[in-house]
Design a protein around this ligand. Sequence first.
Ligand SMILES: [Ca+2]
Ligand SMILES: [Ca+2]
Length: 97
Amino acid sequence: MHHSPPRLIRKRRVRMEAAINTLVANFYSHAEQEGCQKTLNKNEFKALLKKELPSYNKLDVDKKMNELDTNKDNKLTFEEFWAFIGQLALIQNQCRK
Ligand SMILES: [Ca+2]
Ligand SMILES: [Ca+2]
């Protein structure tokens, strides 16, 4: 007989999967607005921050973009953008201690 995880755990895992899917989908929905469909330029990064992360509206976009853009091509790949999500997650974690 197939052993499936208890219902609560299964539900939670699905929610986490959904959260990750949302992050990826949001990134690409902004990335495809201008130029390269797979990367965010500064305009697209600004639009994403404004729409998806309104709590971080005080953020210095130029500084953050420069910090995240590790290969300095003025575009953010998902890999570069991911570092930002990691930073935000750590901030959330600190607030909850
Ligand atoms: Ca783009
Ligand atoms: Ca880059």
